[in-house]
Design a protein around this ligand. Structure first.
Ligand code: 13P
Length: 259
């Protein structure tokens, strides 16, 4: 069981228009309230599509909800002629706390490299938001037994030229690609193996106290039925949840660690 405050982040991916987003966030808030959710049990974060963020902000601020929110990606550039891109300044102005970078879907469908993930993470930190730095291996790498070295190389790339003080503000999410959206959750032991190796690497790159303070999430087919056993592991500090975060009751239950 983690000694850090667990973080449960819902990555909505490309789902929910802004009206559906308003509905979902209201339902989530009601469910958390009905069950007297203690935010020390888990910090609750939603990561809607860009077009929903303003609406989510309005609901959260209007009702003073303790739910935090953020974005799924951001540009590595500050501003200017980058058609279709969204900057860290725009997200920060909307009150975003978190931004995911290097999600495997971005790496795969948009050819995002470790260097680009690093550039984006540094921009997010410079804008005083928290990057959730995603890493994870595909099935081929897992079958060859190379998951730890693969993920650690991604971590080294993502943290290049990030200072100790900035690293301390980062969150890492380990998401094995073969477990994303497949219903095939990693075993708690699989998750712990890689999450603990990530922490050892962070201690090497920085120091033990920094690594011990950082939160490392697991993602990939997390549900209310399997979150408790994952959270039993010492180095799993929360979850990055895809599909199950689109159902308010289910996600609220995940935030209660399955209870
Ligand atoms: P699922 O929970 O749908 O497997 O998605 C995981 C994920 O990719 C979260 O970022």
């Amino acid at each position: 069981m983690t000694t850090r405050t667990p973080l449960m982040a819902g990555n909505w991916k490309m789902n929910m228009d802004h009206l559906q987003a308003i509905h979902l966030i209201n339902e989530l808030a009601l469910d958390l309230q009905d069950h007297k959710h203690d935010y020390a049990t888990a910090e609750v974060v939603v990561l809607p599509p860009f077009t929903d963020i303003r609406s989510v902000q309005t609901v959260i601020d209007g009702d003073n909800l303790k739910i935090r929110y953020g974005a799924q990606d951001v540009s590595q550039h500050d501003l200017g002629a980058y058609t279709g891109e969204i900057s860290t300044a725009m997200l920060s102005k909307l009150g975003c706390s978190y931004v995911t970078v290097g999600h495997s879907e971005r790496r795969e469908y948009h050819n995002e490299s470790d260097a680009l993930v690093n550039a984006k993470a540094r921009k997010i930190l410079a804008a005083d938001m928290t990057p959730i730095i995603c890493c994870g291996e595909g099935l081929d790498v897992r079958k060859a037994g190379n998951q730890v070295s693969h993920v650690l190389a991604q971590i080294e790339g993502a943290f290049a030229n990030i200072s100790q003080a900035d690293a301390a503000r980062c969150v890492v999410a380990y998401e094995p690609i073969w477990a994303i959206g497949t219903g095939e959750v990693a075993t708690p032991g699989d998750a712990q193996e890689v999450c603990s190796a990530i922490r050892v690497k962070l201690a090497e790159l920085y120091d033990q106290a920094t690594a011990d303070g950082m939160r490392i999430l697991y993602g990939g087919s997390v549900k209310s039925s399997n979150v408790a056993e994952l959270m039993q592991e010492a180095d799993v500090d929360g979850a990055l949840v895809g599909g199950a975060s689109l159902q308010a009751e289910e996600f609220a239950k995940i935030c209660r660690l399955g209870k």
